[in-house]
Design a protein around this ligand. Structure first.
Ligand SMILES: Cc1ncc(COP(=O)(O)O)c(C=O)c1O
Length: 432
């Protein structure tokens, strides 16, 4: 018999990284391995899982859908699961968002958002209004367009030639303020750079893309709400579309259904994925306002949005998403999130006192600490040491370089979250 293909694992170096751990089942917050270990999934398997692994409600919804209709082309056809999702999502997203476009994951939801913005102005007879603005430290995915709006990093370095030009403006990374100011006394002066850019060339700019309130992969950087509010106001004043990438922040992570809700801001375009199916199936959705879509309502064929993926609106993924939203409607999900948030606040306050901890950050169900390191950044030598230390103690945490974060499924118990923080505390005291 020939040897099986070798699986090429994402973000993994087959020489430097340990062999992948084989998981045979998972339930609640636990991954059960072939070797008989139980590992707490404290990062929700790359930020997707909300209500626990193998959640019986979502599993049953997918199974029932599979027996009825697994998938049908969404061009020229529609189906009940997708139509139901359109109804259910409407109750949760900012009121101004009236249209939804399906894709496959976070990166493609972002690609769709950017293309929608550019063609919007093209259809309106403003083809020069096509440039994109993005934030320093931003991360929006790994496909070429999403990688272009993401900030330069070791992830993008080999592909510089494939990244299209983007205007890059300051992020409100207060711990490492780009202007050297202090949050207590500043006036969110970092947003001024965007205002100057708009004043100079808003007639050429189609959109600003932001991760609202929380830049995830860039280091779990939490922004003051005023930063997002000021960006929103500038976009309205200068007629530039605001694209909110809620791929990470959506579905309760920040304590509200969407981060935009926390800031009382409505974007023109919103990208969601990850938690939309409760972590079961891959799906991206890009939502937009009636105003954005109206530029596509045209008798001119060339005004059509010619974009679509084979699995667009997959019925199994829609069934999972519908059940996820039913869980939000019927179970005390936000009580669970708030309980997690309280423990984060308590434990982060304790850790703040350690000299090895530079800053602690929190938003809703996500807690993070930036550790002092001579080589701060994703490739910090601390990262593999921390990762292995945590795993050896039965906790899955994947530090972003010298930033350790906890982003658990909402069903994590108080005791389990305390256990995660005990392990983090031990790691800091042992390794730094
Ligand atoms: C804010 C944000 N946008 C987009 C993406 C890309 O999503 P995906 O990995 O599903 O393509 C991610 C992934 O982590 C993300 O955090």
């Amino acid at each position: 018999m020939s040897r099986p293909l070798r699986i090429w694992h994402p973000f993994s170096n087959s020489v430097l990284d340990p062999s992948p751990i084989r998981v045979v089942s998972a339930d609640g917050v636990y991954l059960r391995t072939a070797g008989g270990r139980s590992i707490i999934d404290a990062i929700s398997s790359w930020w997707v899982n909300l209500h626990g692994h193998s959640n019986p409600r979502i599993a049953a919804a997918i199974a029932a859908q599979a027996r009825k209709l697994e998938h049908v082309i969404l061009a020229g056809f529609t189906q009940d699961a997708a139509e139901e999702l359109a109804v259910r999502l409407r109750d949760w997203v900012p009121r101004d968002l009236t249209h939804m476009f399906f894709s496959d994951d976070g990166s493609t939801a972002v690609e769709v958002g950017l293309k929608l913005a550019v063609q919007h102005y093209g259809n309106l007879g403003q083809p020069d209004k096509k440039e994109i603005v993005a934030l320093a430290h931003g991360y929006h995915g790994d496909t070429a367009g999403a990688m272009s709006v993401s900030d330069a990093s070791p992830f993008t370095a080999p592909f510089d030639s494939m990244r299209y030009p983007v205007h890059r403006v300051h992020s409100a990374y207060c711990y490492r303020c780009p202007l050297g100011l202090k949050r207590e006394s500043c006036n969110i002066d970092c947003v001024q750079q965007l205002e100057e850019l708009f004043a100079e060339r808003a007639d050429r700019i189609a959109a600003v893309i932001v991760e609202p309130l929380l830049q995830g992969a860039g280091g779990m950087i939490v922004h003051p709400v005023e930063f997002l509010q000021r960006i929103r106001a500038l976009c309205s004043r200068y007629d530039v579309l605001l694209v909110a990438d809620e791929v990470l922040t959506g579905f309760g992570r920040t304590g509200k259904m969407f981060a935009c809700d926390l800031a009382g801001v409505a974007p023109d375009i919103m990208c969601v994925s990850k938690g939309i199916t409760g972590g079961f199936m891959t799906m991206g959705v890009t939502l937009c306002t009636d105003r954005v879509e109206s530029a596509y309502r045209s008798e001119n064929r060339l005004h059509t949005f010619y974009h679509g993926h084979s699995y667009t609106g997959n019925a199994l993924a829609c069934a999972a998403a519908n059940e996820n939203l039913r869980i939000f409607a019927e179970e005390p999900v936000f009580d669970r999130i708030n309980a997690i948030a309280r423990i984060h606040a308590e434990r982060l306050a304790q850790l703040r006192g350690l000299h090895q901890v530079g800053e602690t950050r929190q938003i809703g169900s996500i807690g993070a600490l930036e550790l002092e390191a001579a080589d701060a950044g994703y490739l910090s030598a601390l990262r593999p040491k921390l990762y292995n230390f945590f795993l050896d103690r039965g906790v899955l945490l994947r530090p972003l370089g010298n930033v350790v974060y906890v982003l658990p499924p909402y069903v994590l118990s108080h005791d389990e979250l305390h256990r995660v923080y005990d392990v983090i505390t031990e790691a800091i005291q042992t390794l730094l």
